[in-house]
Design a protein around this ligand. Structure first.
Ligand code: ASP
Length: 310
């Protein structure tokens, strides 16, 4: 049987040991573990990588700890505009949504775009209309309200500043979320979901919903989910670049992900990290920031949940 595995992330950034309380650290780790367990259980039951990824991301979206779904950051106008994408490596099918509000699990909507819309990428009101047609219930603003996120926004509201959730040095909550998986059939999938940047305006969209930038999967190479400064990850076409380095240069997953995160994206000035898996179930989780909420579990028993640089 193929070695199967799953990896997840909850954002990369200024995560320094000692900065958050023990209780908070435990809360983050236990949220990561719940997501990991859910995804792994699906793989263990010979489920599909795509299902494992969606279910793991949904758990992270439902947690107010992460900047996705329920915990999404505030825009310049005090709203939430969420982005998500999904891709599977067998048929290279993909789906994405951007600038959506009121949807509890954007990753689920991204999957529905992939499977039911005849398109790849839907945004804004149109995406919401598509969700309505499928019978989605929308959540009230109160569901997405979080006092800490609100205070983060209040600090820079009205200014020209916009802020990556994980850039702040203060006691804050961090992170875009993502998952990648390789199932028992050797199929790969990747999913990414985010609220974007605090105080973002003008319909700003980051890398997370962009296939090839923040998310990519191809059974010939790897599945990748990114987190970091979206503008740089778009310009670096990061997720696809990892796949290209493997496909055209014959690099291993570890070599390709290291090259992209520690050389190419840094050269552009981009900070962040990614999680990636190949068809042998190998996992790589490089980041060039102080830390990244992350975890993985493999069928050979290897597993890890971590926040800081080891
Ligand atoms: N990449 C996301 C964005 O730029 C942010 C993040 O990873 O936290 O929207």
């Amino acid at each position: 049987m193929n070695t199967f595995s799953i990896a997840i992330h909850g954002g990369a950034g200024t995560l320094l040991k000692g900065q958050m309380s023990d209780e908070k650290e435990i809360a983050y780790k236990s949220a990561l573990k719940s997501a990991l367990d859910k995804g792994y259980e699906i793989l263990l039951g010979h489920g599909h990588a795509l299902d494992a990824v969606v279910e793991a991301v949904k758990i992270l979206e439902d947690s107010p700890l992460f900047n996705a779904g329920r915990g999404s950051v505030f825009t310049a106008t005090g709203n939430h505009e969420m982005d998500a994408s999904i891709m599977e490596g067998f048929g290279l099918e993909a789906g994405a949504v951007s600038l959506i509000s009121g949807i509890k699990n954007p990753i689920k909507l991204a999957r529905d775009v992939m499977e039911k819309s005849g398109h790849v990428f839907l945004a804004g009101e149109g995406a919401k209309q598509f969700a309505k047609n499928l019978g989605y219930q929308t959540e009230e603003d109160a569901y997405f309200y979080d006092a800490l996120r609100h205070s983060q926004w209040q600090e820079i509201k009205g200014s020209q500043h916009f802020q990556l959730d994980h850039q702040t040095q203060k006691d804050s909550k961090y992170g875009t979320v993502g998952a990648v998986a390789c199932d028992t059939f050797g199929n790969l999938a990747a999913g990414t979901s985010t609220g974007g940047m605090t105080n973002k305006k003008w319909g700003r969209i980051g890398d997370s919903p962009m296939i090839g930038a923040g998310n990519y999967a191809n059974n010939a190479t790897c599945a990748v989910s990114c987190t970091g400064n979206g503008e740089f990850f778009i310009r670096g076409v990061v997720a696809y670049d990892v796949s290209c380095l493997m496909e055209y240069k014959g690099m291993t997953l570890a070599e390709a992900t290291y090259e992209v995160i520690h050389h190419r994206i840094l050269k552009l000035g981009g900070e962040g990290g990614l999680i990636a898996v190949d068809t042998n179930g190998n996992i790589a989780m490089p980041f060039n920031t102080e830390g990244m909420y992350r975890g993985f579990q493999k069928s050979n028993g290897d597993q890890m949940i971590a926040i800081y640089k080891e």
